[in-house]
Write a new protein. Structure first.
Length: 338
């Protein structure tokens, strides 16, 4: 992987401004109420340290105003825009959900049409509700080998715009939660010809604009939901040391108590079609022991099946069916023992 070199990006205007403010040791008469840590429980201070609260500030003099930046926030956004090679960058709070909502509200109004795939994030739908826009739904293409709906093709978008010539915008999620990416350049050619706005939700592909060559990995899937905060799979076809490429973030390890050895064991078994079933049962045992949620275990199976093309399993049953059977059998045996 080659990372694109960026010039003049050593400045950190916002960080430097906050640091300078803290070093002035002002007496805070502003929110938040803990007053730079003075009102925090000692147990939290011991757990997190004191500096984190010193830097928890609001729109005080010198720190700019996010709603209408004209100082250090604007300067930082300008630097970020140059790094990402775009005209404008706007910093968000509350995650990429508010980004989806904001861009929809600024692109379409009540009664106007917007093309949206069925695999869009729920924040897209909340943006629709707030805007009053009318969704024109399109379906992703089915990937027969895996049973997944990867992406919406440019042909599907073109057909939707042909049937709905008054559509004002197109919304695409790329990559999807399963790691599939759309041909954005081709979709953009279509939207440009029609004169409609193209919105791309890339919340699951952080930093891709800084990467020149993503060919090293066949699939990058960063899975995040309310239960799984960061299991990242780097999946490579025919990789001899595949198991070592499966990494868990520290937070996920803490939540599910999955050791690196356990991850390596089930990933090695799932990688091989001959031992796939054993790996599946091992993963199911983690579900029953509440080391990982059932939905996230199924996501893992989806990804392995999609990338490794376990045809002998897929021709008999879908991975969800197999997972359900194994869970039901284990739960039944557990009940009998009682």
């Amino acid at each position: 992987m080659k990372i694109r070199k960026i010039s003049n990006q050593r400045q950190m205007p916002y960080v430097e401004a906050v640091k300078n403010y803290v070093e002035e040791k002002r007496t805070p008469f502003h929110m938040p109420g803990h007053k730079q840590g003075k009102g925090i429980n000692k147990k939290l201070i011991k757990l997190w340290g004191s500096k984190i609260f010193l830097y928890d500030l609001t729109e005080v003099d010198g720190l700019d105003y996010l709603n209408a930046p004209n100082g250090i926030i604007k300067e930082a956004e300008t630097l970020a825009a140059k790094a990402f090679r775009v005209e404008h960058t706007y910093f968000l709070i509350n995650g990429s959900t508010v980004g989806n909502q904001a861009v929809i509200l600024s692109s379409v109004h009540e009664g106007e049409e917007i093309v949206i795939p069925r695999n869009a994030h729920q924040s897209t739908y909340s943006g629709l509700i707030m805007s009053g826009a009318l969704p024109i739904y399109v379906n992703p293409t089915l990937h027969k080998k895996s049973g997944l709906y990867p992406v919406v093709g440019e042909g599907t978008i073109a057909d939707a715009l042909k049937k709905h010539p008054n559509a004002k915008a197109v919304h695409v999620t790329s990559p999807t939660h399963c790691g599939f990416t759309s041909a954005i350049d081709k979709i953009q050619q279509t939207t440009n010809k029609k004169g409609v706005i193209l919105i791309v939700d890339e919340a699951l592909f952080e930093g891709n604009l800084l990467v020149n060559d993503m060919a090293e990995s066949q699939l990058l899937s960063s899975i995040r939901d309310k239960n799984m905060t960061g299991i990242i799979f780097w999946l490579r076809n025919r990789h001899p040391n595949y198991a070592s490429k499966v990494e868990l973030s520290g937070q996920t390890k803490h939540e599910y108590k999955l050791s690196e050895e356990e991850v390596q064991e089930f990933s090695t078994l799932l990688y091989n079609p001959n031992t796939f079933k054993k790996g599946q049962e091992l993963l199911t045992s983690y579900v029953l022991r509440e080391k990982i949620s059932e939905s996230n275990a199924q996501l893992i199976l989806h990804i392995f099946l999609a990338q490794m093309k376990v045809e002998d399993v897929m021709t008999r049953k879908t991975e969800a069916d197999i997972m359900s059977e194994v869970l039901f059998r284990n739960k039944t045996n557990k009940s009998k023992k009682r």
